[in-house]
Design a protein around this ligand. Structure first.
Ligand code: MN
Length: 132
């Protein structure tokens, strides 16, 4: 069964690159362009990991992470923040908001999937979806 990543990212090019790299390694990617859409998808379940851009229009990634952590079914799902090096304090705020870890933007295509996999390795496998 392929692992599924929920990608919450407003920038189309960033979304394309992350999805491209993950899909090339056999992951299934479900994408949302803003926080509320991402939360709605997350509630539906079935994701092994959530990749969360912090700089989102409207509801920022920290607020999204806090909202996701309030959903009991998502407590064990790793949330990896994508933080901008230029934004001082983003990492600390991301962890305080409930993210499991962070990766730095711009993402490095050479190491991106390996970084994601370190978070999946430590995660508890999710129960299989009835429909899959
Ligand atoms: Mn963004």
């Amino acid at each position: 069964m392929n692992r599924t990543v929920l990608l919450i990212e407003d920038n189309e090019q960033n979304r394309y690159l992350a999805a491209f790299l993950l899909e090339r390694h056999g992951y299934r990617v479900v994408a949302a362009a803003d926080g509320p859409a991402g939360i709605a998808l997350a509630r539906a379940g079935g994701h092994d990991l959530i990749l969360l851009d912090i700089q989102l229009p409207g509801m920022d990634g920290h607020a999204v992470a806090r909202a996701l952590r309030e959903i009991a079914a998502l407590r064990a799902v790793p949330i990896v923040a994508v933080t901008s090096y230029a934004m001082v304090g983003d990492r600390e705020k991301s962890l305080a908001a409930g993210c499991t870890g962070y990766i730095e933007k711009p993402i490095n295509p050479e190491t991106f999937v390996a970084e994601i996999e370190t978070y999946l390795r430590d995660a508890v496998p999710r129960p299989p979806c009835p429909e899959s």
